[in-house]
Write a protein that binds this ligand. Structure first.
Ligand code: HAM
Length: 421
């Protein structure tokens, strides 16, 4: 056999695989539309510069980038948020606010392929631009939750872990950790919920804190729920925003799906206020979804300071979870009617009927080669069609055809016009 020419980390979407993706994509699209979001898309290729502005080291190290024939430095999109910011910055003066957009782009990241992580994936993006109210964060969280619920998942299956970057940065600032050092501390905290606690302890040790700072950090990491948050003396606008968001979440009936998790800080550099990630409860895979507020990103693209928030949800981890729980539909090709001719003389009638039925929205097939009736009927059964429409010279002389129900075997001779109506 020849060597496998498939590129590592890429997927081949055979029809059965494609139908699983389509099932997820349809649930995403339907949910976003039900919240009043409009669908859009951007280019697959952007300038390399776009991602260097504010996405952060992690994502820029994972870029598929290249020089085109004109010497331009370009990249395949690893995410959509910089594209959203670039596109909105161009129209922000005339566009009525809030802008509520969603998109389901194919993204590329040069990551080490592993479970739940590929080099090519689809990512549901939902963003609200031009609104700073906490209710808009809750609205995006609602889309994420409802799309998972519409796919059959419940609060036993996933949790939305929510935090606020202003709360974290304010807390560190008041315990005397400089802004430059907080980035490293964010990474340690971000990992804290995902790795062995002894490794986190060692990382904190190496980071180098005074005794008081260490105690304050331990107190921070001990915050387990909103009651702990309310009970603590320290306050800032991030804390207020968190409490507000959780009260909206409860009123909106999403309380069972959400939890405060102060280890969530997000890897991308552009997040400002509310941040969240969705994890499955059983498998401990990478996040199903990640998002938050990015109030300064549009300014970085030459626009005004416009508040924005949103999330990205990939199809890979989600597909694995749905598969494991038996929530993906079993694939079968859908054919309504298979047309059969007794001889090639009936072919023109058959072709006319096929055209009329298809224009009415029916899925119609027939054999492309001259075949005996038996072989055509075998094809009809194999196609999964519910009905065979049989064209014979005798019946056609009277303007009729035979309809055969392929599951019961029952046959009826009916008027051709009524069969095509
Ligand atoms: P992110 O956390 O980098 O955020 O990605 C969001 C989701 O995309 C992840 O939780 C995961 O499900 C999926 N994902 C990311 N990389 C891969 C990969 N290599 N293979 C499979 N799935 C992957 C963002 O991309 C932000 N731009 C989201 C956002 C939109 N924030 C505001 N608006």
């Amino acid at each position: 056999m020849k060597e496998d020419l498939t590129v590592r980390g890429m997927r081949d979407y055979y029809p059965a695989v494609f139908s699983r993706l389509d099932h997820i994509v349809q649930a995403w699209r339907k949910t976003a539309l039900s919240y009043g979001f409009e669908e859009f898309d951007g280019p697959i290729i952007e300038t390399l510069e776009l991602y260097k502005i504010k996405s952060g080291d992690e994502i820029t190290s994972q870029l598929y980038n290249f020089k085109d024939k004109g010497g331009r430095q370009l990249a395949l999109r690893p995410e959509l948020t910089p594209t959203v910011a670039r596109m909105v910055a161009k129209i922000q003066n005339e566009a009525p606010k809030p802008i509520k957009w969603f998109s389901i782009p194919r993204c590329m990241r040069y990551e080490k392929p592993q479970r739940g992580r590929l080099r090519e994936f689809f990512q549901f993006n939902v963003d609200i631009i031009g609104e700073d109210e906490g209710l808009s964060d809750v609205e995006t969280i609602g889309v994420a939750i409802d799309s998972l619920v519409s796919l059959g998942l419940g609060s036993d299956d996933f949790v939305v872990k929510i935090n606020n970057r202003d709360f974290v940065s304010g807390y560190f600032e008041q315990i005397g950790i400089s802004e430059e050092r907080t980035t490293r501390l964010y990474k340690i905290i971000d990992n804290a919920g995902k790795i062995d606690p002894s490794v986190t302890d060692q990382q904190i040790e190496e980071f180098g804190l005074t005794k008081d700072q260490r105690r304050a950090l331990e107190q921070y990491l001990a915050i387990g729920n909103t009651a702990d948050l309310e009970g603590m003396k320290y306050t800032n606008r991030g804390k207020e925003a968190l409490l507000e968001i959780f009260s909206y979440i409860d009123s909106a009936g999403f309380g069972q799906f959400c939890a405060l998790d102060i280890t969530i800080v997000r890897g991308l550099d552009y997040y400002t206020g509310t941040v969240y990630e969705i994890f499955d409860k059983g498998e401990r895979m990478r996040a199903i979804c990640g998002g938050g507020r990015y109030n300064h990103l549009l300014r970085e693209f030459g626009g005004a300071e416009v508040p924005a928030c949103g999330f990205g949800m990939g199809d890979v981890v989600l597909g694995e979870i749905l598969d494991k729980k038996g929530l993906l539909p079993v694939y079968s090709k859908k054919v309504d009617c298979f047309l059969v001719r007794i001889t090639e003389e009936q072919l023109p009638y058959l072709l006319e009927a096929a055209r009329r039925l298809r224009r009415k929205g029916h899925v119609v097939e027939y054999a492309y080669r001259p075949l005996g009736v038996k072989k055509q009927m075998a094809k009809a059964s194999k196609s999964g069609a519910r009905t065979a429409m049989i064209f014979g010279a005798e019946e056609l002389r009277e303007g009729k055809v035979i309809l055969k129900d392929l599951s019961s075997g029952e046959e009826n001779t009916v008027e051709l016009d009524s069969a095509l109506a």
